[in-house]
Design a protein around this ligand. Structure first.
Ligand code: SF4
Length: 398
C-alpha cells in the first residue's frame, strides 16, 4: 500500500527543486558508496557476470572446502590465510567469492599490467640469465604491507572497468609476438590468481616458454603442488623478516616461507630469496641472523640471497635503509656461508655481480639488469678453479 507523507522529509521543503535534486543526488551517491564498500563482493560478482561471464572461474575443488554447509561457509585453501568466507562475500585478497557454497575466482583474467621485463629485475640472477619474461599482474594481495612498493595494484580490488582483460591463450600469444623467452607473474601477489596461473601455464608449455613468479611465498602446499606440476620453475620469494615481523605487521608465520621454498627445491624448482631491509621492521641483529640461519638450514649455501634497500613508500615513512646496515648484513651472510649474496636498490652496481664463491673470480657482470660479461664454462663452472656455479636453465648470452 502506498502511504502519502504528510510532512516532507528534511531537505525536501516545497519551493526548492534544485536543492531537492542535489540532496537526492547526494543521498543516492552515499547509498552507492555504502553498497560498494560493504557489499563489494556481491557487486563485483554481478558486474563480472554481466560483462565477463566467461572470465569467472570455479576454483579447483581441492583448493577449497565446505566449512559449514548450513551456514553457507566455505574455506579457501589457496593461501595459508585459509579464509572462511560467508555467502556472497570475498576473502581477504578480494579475489575469491563464496556463491552458494562454491568458491569462485572473481578476478580471473583481469590484469593490472603486462610488460616485457628482464629476468634479472625480478630478481632472478641465476635463472635463464639475460632472458626476457612477459610480466603480468592482477589486483589485490593476501598481505597488507604498509611499505608496499606496488600498493596501487596490491591494495586494489579486481574491478572489470580498470583491468586489461586477457584469456590465457591471448597472454601467451602476446609473449610469442614480443619474442619473450618466458612468462613471469609479478607486481602483486600472483598465488592469489592460481586458477589463471594454471591455465596460463598449460598454454605456455605448448610453446616452450618458461614459467616464473615473484611471490611472498605464503601459498598452501596444495597450491604450490599445482604450480609445480603445471611447470612453474622459477620462484623469486620475499622473506619479509623474522617471526616478529610477520606477527606484528602481517598476521602470518615466517616459517611457512622456508617450508615452501624447500618444497620447491625438492621438486626440481628453482628459488632465489629477496630480503627488503626495512628500518624498525626487520633490520635488527637477531632478526637478520634468523633469516641467515633459516636460509642455510632450509635452502643451503648455493641459493642466492638478495638484500634490497628500502625507500619510504605508501604508509611507511622511515628514512631509507642506511647503506652501512646493508653492508653489515651482506658481510654476515657471506661469513655464515651463503655463496651468492647481492645488494639491490643502491647506486653501486658491483654488488649485483656474481663472483666465484671459491676463488673470487668475476663470473657474471650485470649492469642495468642486463648481463654485460659472462665468464662461465658451458657446463656452468668457474673457468679458473672449476667450482660448480648454480645456474638454472639456458643463459641467453650473445
Ligand atoms: S587466497 Fe585470498 S581468499 Fe584465499 S585464503 Fe588467501 S587471502 Fe583468503
Amino acid at each position: 500500500m502506498f502511504v502519502r507523507r504528510r510532512t516532507p522529509p528534511p531537505g525536501f521543503e516545497p519551493g526548492s527543486r534544485a536543492r531537492q535534486a542535489r540532496i537526492l543526488g547526494r543521498a543516492i551517491l552515499r547509498r552507492l558508496v555504502c553498497f560498494y564498500d560493504f557489499r563489494f563482493g556481491f557487486l563485483m560478482f554481478s558486474i563480472n557476470l554481466l560483462f565477463r561471464g566467461s572470465f569467472l572461474k570455479l576454483v579447483a575443488s581441492d583448493l577449497w572446502r565446505i566449512y559449514d554447509g548450513e551456514r553457507k561457509l566455505v574455506k579457501c585453501m589457496v593461501c595459508e590465510r585459509k579464509c572462511v568466507i560467508a555467502d556472497k562475500k570475498t576473502g581477504f585478497c578480494w579475489n575469491y567469492m563464496n556463491i552458494d557454497n562454491k568458491l569462485y575466482d572473481i578476478g580471473y583474467g583481469l590484469l593490472s599490467a603486462i610488460e616485457p621485463r628482464p629476468i634479472e629485475i625480478k630478481p632472478l640472477f641465476h635463472y635463464y640469465p639475460n632472458s626476457w619474461a612477459l610480466t603480468f599482474s592482477g589486483w589485490g594481495c593476501n598481505f597488507r604491507c604498509p611499505w608496499c612498493q606496488n600498493y596501487h595494484l596490491s591494495w586494489e580490488k579486481p574491478l572489470v572497468n580498470k583491468s586489461i582483460k586477457l584469456e590465457p591463450s591471448e597472454l601467451v600469444r602476446k609473449a610469442i609476438e614480443l619474442k619473450q623467452q618466458g612468462l613471469c607473474a609479478s607486481f602483486n601477489e600472483p598465488s592469489i590468481h592460481i586458477s589463471y596461473l594454471l591455465d596460463v601455464g598449460e598454454e605456455a608449455k605448448k610453446h616452450n616458454l618458461y614459467l616464473s613468479i615473484v611471490t611472498n611465498g605464503y601459498m598452501t602446499i596444495y597450491s604450490l603442488k599445482k604450480l609445480l606440476e603445471t611447470g612453474y620453475t622459477g620462484f623469486s620469494i620475499d622473506i619479509k623478516g623474522c617471526p616478529e615481523t610477520y606477527r606484528k605487521f602481517l598476521g602470518g608465520y615466517a616459517e611457512v616461507i622456508y617450508r615452501n621454498a624447500r618444497y620447491i627445491l625438492d621438486r626440481n624448482g628453482y628459488v632465489e630469496m629477496v630480503y627488503l631491509v626495512i628500518p624498525k621492521v626487520n633490520d635488527w641483529r637477531e632478526c637478520y641472523q634468523w633469516i641467515i640461519d633459516k636460509h642455510l638450514e632450509y635452502l643451503g649455501e648455493d641459493i642466492p640471497l638478495h638484500i634490497n634497500r628500502y625507500y619510504p613508500m605508501y604508509k611507511y615513512n622511515e628514512p631509507p635503509t642506511p647503506i652501512e646496515e646493508l653492508l653489515e648484513i651482506y658481510r654476515e651472510a657471506r661469513k655464515a656461508g651463503i655463496e651468492y649474496v647481492y645488494i639491490g636498490n643502491i647506486l653501486d652496481e658491483t654488488f649485483q655481480d656474481t663472483k666465484c664463491p671459491k676463488c673470487g673470480k668475476l663470473l657474471i657482470k650485470r649492469r642495468g639488469y642486463r648481463v654485460v660479461e659472462w665468464n662461465i664454462t658451458r657446463d656452468n663452472r668457474c673457468p679458473r678453479c672449476n667450482h660448480k656455479i648454480s645456474i638454472y636453465g639456458k643463459p641467453f648470452i650473445n
